[in-house]
Design a protein around this ligand. Structure first.
Ligand code: ATP
Ligand code: MG
Length: 768
């Protein structure tokens, strides 16, 4: 279709076009943020189809989130019409989970295997440790889980690990690792790492399976290649070995997942690994203003290890990058909230145009509070997600059991929840019996009559539970009842709903509603998906990434960690919490490599912004239940100060933010551009204060002198006066301004409230 072909190429610059039309052989597109890498990849796939070089089934594309995958699928369809179905576009994890469902039987996994998340894995590890009398207080199951996961990421198997293990902790891990692997296998379960490792095992043991997929996927694409780990590297290599058409896209300066096993050398060594590779660099940034790019450049310049890249833009210079200094995390949140509302009300920006990014999930709380107070709609991505809530995990565990009764972690979760007379002792006996006879826990449940250590009451309780699960499992197997209906009946029969209704607390009501919500999600899934089963639904849920939970379309401010922000873009971005110890994190400041990763994370954050960028920090913050006193992040000292201006805060509600006179203004005030300042304070003539920096502003105000005339009734209110306000309490007048009805005062009410600009006519200040 030459017309489609042309359309696809029209939306690209020359370099991108080269990337799209270089279809044969290994290709690496390496370029900075916002340069259209993802767009080039998407257009490349569309081009392959439109030019008749490939059929949809010949194409594999791997992305970082399911959301990105869906977008890619949709855009390709939009570019070529409807004939893009049949491609494999997904995350590494979901694509290889799918492959294992089809081929896993060859390495001993039935197609109904469960996928264990970190919590499930930890549960299994704890149990293995207990069974070996290893003290879980000395070495925590969580650390064992992490260490096993790292080993798996580096493709070190239990045997190799045992040979390499040094020191007590590693010796313990060496003992638990093989036991954990056996337990997973017995439960017909795979953890996240296995989803990448088992396909490799499969391909190595079964040449023919590898050949089948190597032959099928003529074109392999990977976005965000800088964050691939060892296993992902091997998979990409194996799958593209036949046709050699591997196209990877990435930016080494945006590599932020080393802590999870990502290996930056994958992208750095691409040229060596694929000697005949074509490298394409994109240099034009379409996303951000010039000022934002200048700031970003100045950040990444500080890092030593990186591929040389240049980035330019035709976009406008744009606003200065705003620096907001706050007294506390509450004050910071309020400043952000005011900025959001200000831009919303005055500049007509939609709430969906804003993103607030932070280093740690805990930071969202204060920001949420500030937004909620002013009824600003928002969504939080990641954190304790819906699917991690206890009540949701309980229901999911029941559903998992139906699909895979050997799933021990799920079985343990619900065997006595709600309470049904199968207590710890009974469970321990079942467990022992299972171990003695090399059975899964469920297989022991199935033979409950043969277990002599159990009393009749326990036996009866276990038998009843077994019948419940078996009945629903067989219903699920025949597919005679729609999945959502089946789930609804099951949680009713299992007593989950009445358990949640037992006590009429608000929490229980909320839980009950969450469970209903889950059923709705399942119903919607069944409705919208071909061949939907409980099993496919569970897989989708298990492999959700942080970003995937964001519902599209609604007009809300997005709150998320910097990590979750990768690949996204927003007109207005706030990067909050730029303090030493928080960003960069304390732990990361010791090693150069880790500090550079933090800096890349900062770089990723600021390059999400299209038009406006705000950087903020707070002098004090509650962390780990303690008030900490902070200094500004070293990152703020490093950035190009020519494009940064200290921000005076929102003008809504006649408030301004000033640092208290005692603390003095921040250094940035001295560099303040009067023009910028005037513009920023437009509307009410500018605030005044007692510092030099602020005086300068006054003089741009046409007023001339510092003495301001104001309504006689307020005569006692002078700079320095102690006053009391009904709502804000006691404060100190910082400055005065305006005449008559327009007279205002800036009053500092202590670090929690900060400075307020008040109209004297309404403020009812009392001099004390
Ligand atoms: P990141 O490194 O952050 O993932 P990226 O290099 O993948 O960024 P894209 O997300 O593909 O960049 O593109 C950034 C923005 O620029 C998008 O809004 C995209 O639509 C736009 N864009 C890219 N190329 C062009 C082009 N040739 N013409 C117009 N807009 C473009
Ligand atoms: Mg991208």
């Amino acid at each position: 279709d030459p017309e489609a072909e042309q359309r696809i190429l029209d939306g690209l610059n020359d370099k991108q076009r080269e990337a799209v039309t270089t279809t044969e052989g290994p290709v690496m597109i390496i370029a900075g943020p916002g340069s259209g890498k993802t767009r080039a990849l998407t257009h490349r796939i569309a081009y392959l189809l439109a030019a008749g070089k490939a059929q949809p089934r010949d194409i594999l594309a791997l992305t970082f989130t399911n959301k990105a995958a869906n977008e890619m699928q949709e855009r390709v369809e939009a570019l070529v019409g409807d004939d893009a179905r049949g491609m494999w576009v997904g995350t590494f994890h979901s694509s290889f989970a799918r492959l294992l469902r089809m081929e896993g039987d060859k390495i001993g996994y039935s197609e109904d295997f469960s996928i264990y998340d970190t919590a499930d894995s930890k549960r299994l590890i704890r149990q293995q440790m207990k069974g070996r009398n290893l003290d879980t207080d000395v070495v925590k199951p969580r650390s064992v889980q992490r260490m096993i996961s790292s080993a798996k990421n580096e493709m070190i198997d239990p045997q190799e690990y045992a040979e390499l293990a040094r020191g007590d902790q590693q010796e313990i891990v060496a003992e638990v690792y093989p036991a954990y692997e056996r337990a997973l296998k017995q439960a017909n379960a795979l953890d996240f790492d296995d989803l990448l490792l088992k396909p490799i095992e499969l391909f190595e043991q079964h040449e023919d399976v590898l050949e089948k997929y190597q032959t099928r996927w003529q074109y392999v694409h990977i976005d965000e290649y800088q964050d691939t780990n060892q296993a992902q590297y091997v998979l990409a290599r194996k799958l593209s070995a036949r046709h050699k058409n591997l196209c990877v896209v990435g930016d080494d300066a945006q590599s932020i997942y080393a802590f999870r096993g990502a290996d930056i050398t994958n992208i750095l060594n691409f040229d060596n690994d694929y000697p005949d590779a074509t490298t394409i660099r994109l240099e034009r940034n379409y996303r951000s203003t010039e000022n934002i790019i200048r700031l970003a450049d100045s950040i990444i310049e500080e890092n030593d290890d990186q591929i040389e890249k240049s980035l330019w833009t035709d976009n406008a210079e744009g606003e200065y990058v705003a620096l907001m200094e706050a007294l506390s995390e509450k004050d910071e949140a309020q400043k952000i909230e005011r900025r959001v509302r200000d831009l919303h009300l005055r500049d007509g920006m939609e709430y969906g145009d804003f993103a607030v990014l932070y280093r740690t999930n805990a930071q969202s709380r204060a920001i949420e509070e500030a937004l909620r107070k002013e009824n600003v709609p928002y969504r939080v991505i990641g954190g304790t997600s819906f699917y991690e809530r206890k009540e949701i995990k309980d229901v999911l565990a029941y559903l998992k059991l139906l699909v895979n009764p050997n799933d021990t972690a799920s079985l343990q979760r619900v065997i006595n929840y709600p309470t049904r007379g199968i207590g710890d002792k009974t469970q321990a006996r079942l467990q022992r019996y299972a171990q003695q006879h090399s059975l899964s826990l469920w297989q022991a449940v199935e033979r409950v009559e043969e277990i002599e250590t159990l009393g009749t009451r326990a036996e009866r309780a276990v038998g009843k539970f077994r019948r419940l699960i078996a009945r629903y499992a067989s219903k699920a197997g025949t597919g005679s009842v729609p999945a959502d209906e089946l789930a609804r009946d099951l949680i009713q029969d299992a007593g989950l709903l009445s358990e949640l209704r037992k006590e009429h607390t608000r929490e229980n009501l909320q839980r009950w509603e969450n469970v209903q919500e889950l059923i709705s999600a399942l119903a919607e899934y069944v409705e919208s998906t071909e061949d939907a089963t409980i099993s496919t639904f569970l897989q989708e849920v298990a492999l959700m990434t942080d970003q995937d939970e964001a519902e599209e379309g609604d007009d809300k401010v997005t709150l998320m960690t910097l990590h979750a922000a990768k690949g996204t873009e927003f007109p207005v971005v706030f990067v909050a919490g730029l303090e030493e110890g928080l960003f960069p994190l304390e732990q990361a400041t010791q090693e150069k490599a880790e500090l550079e990763e933090e800096r890349r994370l900062f770089y990723v954050g600021v390059t999400r912004a299209e038009e406006r960028l705000y950087l903020s920090w707070a002098r004090s913050r509650y962390r780990y239940g303690e008030q900490t006193s902070n200094t500004r992040s070293r990152f703020l000292e490093e950035v190009d100060s020519d494009v940064v201006r200290t921000e005076a805060g929102g003008e809504l509600e006649q408030q301004t933010d000033r640092f208290s006179a005692e603390e003095g203004p921040s250094a940035d005030y001295d560099e303040m551009d009067p023009h910028y300042y005037r513009q920023d304070l437009s509307g009410d003539g500018g605030a005044t204060g007692s510092s030099d920096g602020l005086r300068r502003i006054e003089s741009t105000d046409g007023g001339g002198g510092r003495r301001v005339v104001y309504d006689e009734g307020h005569g006692e209110i002078v700079p320095g006066a102690q006053v009391e306000h009904q709502k804000f309490g006691r404060g100190k007048v910082q400055s005065l301004e305006g005449e008559g009805d327009k007279a205002t005062a800036v009053v500092f009410f202590g670090s929690d409230v900060g400075n307020k600009k008040l109209k004297l006519k309404y403020a009812n200040l009392r001099v004390i």
